[in-house]
Design a binder for this molecule. Structure first.
Ligand SMILES: [Mn+2]
Length: 316
């Protein structure tokens, strides 16, 4: 069973608008995207949170709105926690990408990090901390928090955040993987280089190997680490901005339509072949304010369709 929850909050990124992402995804038909693989889909609707549309788009939101963001993430953490407790698959609709601190965090809190991998499909690495982040935007610190990285700047607050959402059960650095990177801050690159055994497929790697070989390498990586449970976090900005303009931090040179879909189709084969258990999914950073005719939400919905087993040739 799939259980959806919308996180109508975008204060963690520099441009407002993704608070309306969950409904853009619903208008684009996300509720129908989980057939044929999911037997039942429940939509818990958006969390009853104030999106604060009166606040400006700004950098430095970890400093400016810590309480608003913390409280919002706390309710998401509780909601996803109850879904995980029921044994259903949580799917969060964002909202900005800081939400994964709370969504995947709730899974780690209950089950711990053993055998759990993270697949981060994104133009950005989102592994900053307050020490390394040039923008001080919390949506770029998500993996830093899930790993329990330490920091000097804002150390007290950062410690409270990372513990609150994971219960102190942090991801193994060697169990983190990225596909689609093309905008990585210097501090992030240094952190990634220090992480023994993490998997990185940046855009040049994908250009050279193709997405098919990239996926095979990823699968081998997961098997080598005995990863049997995977949390997939999909930021629509991994797609080329020509295809997905409706998001706050676009970067040129992203995945093509077919690259994205082949990745989802190959993942789907492995997940629904039961070799790898999909334990959670985030679809984030869809911003209808920046979009053209809801194209970006539609792209995301089609991608979810491929992840949940939609095949060109139909069911086997
Ligand atoms: Mn991103």
């Amino acid at each position: 069973m799939v259980e959806l929850v919308g996180y109508p909050v975008d204060l963690g990124g520099p441009l407002r608008g993704s608070a309306m992402g969950p409904n853009a995804l619903r208008y684009a038909g996300i509720l129908n995207a989980f057939a044929p693989a999911a037997s039942e889909v429940v939509d818990h609707k958006d969390l009853p949170l104030d999106s604060h549309p009166e606040l400006p788009s700004t950098e430095g939101n970890f400093e400016l709105f810590p309480t608003l963001i913390f409280d919002a993430l706390k309710s998401l953490n509780q909601m996803v926690g109850s879904i995980v407790e029921r044994g259903a698959t949580p799917v969060t609709l964002g909202g900005d990408h800081s939400l994964t601190m709370a969504s995947m965090g709730s899974y780690l809190k209950q089950h711990g990090p053993e055998g759990v991998g993270l697949l981060w499909i994104d133009a950005h690495a989102d592994i900053n901390t307050p020490d390394t982040s040039p923008s001080q935007n919390i949506h770029g610190m998500t993996i830093g928090s899930l790993l329990g990285l330490s920091t000097q700047q804002s150390a007290d607050r950062w410690d409270i955040w990372k513990r609150e959402f994971t219960g102190g059960h942090y991801l193994h650095p060697s169990h983190v993987s990225w596909i689609g990177l093309r905008d990585v801050d210097p501090g992030e690159a240094a952190t990634i280089r220090s992480m023994d055994g993490a998997f990185v497929a940046d855009m040049p790697t994908i250009d050279l190997n193709g997405i098919g070989r990239t996926f095979e390498n990823w699968l081998q990586w997961a098997q080598d680490r005995k990863i049997s449970k995977i949390w997939v976090s999909f930021d629509v900005d991994v797609l080329d901005p020509v295809l997905a303009p409706g998001t706050g931090t676009t970067v040129r040179g992203g995945l093509t339509y077919r690259e994205a879909h082949l990745l989802a189709e190959l993942l789907s084969n492995v997940i629904h072949g039961q070799n790898l258990n999909l334990v959670g999914l985030d679809i984030v950073e869809v911003s209808p304010l920046l979009d053209l005719k809801n194209e970006t939400a539609r792209m995301a919905v089609e991608w979810v369709g491929s992840l949940f087993g939609k095949k060109v040739m139909g069911p086997e």
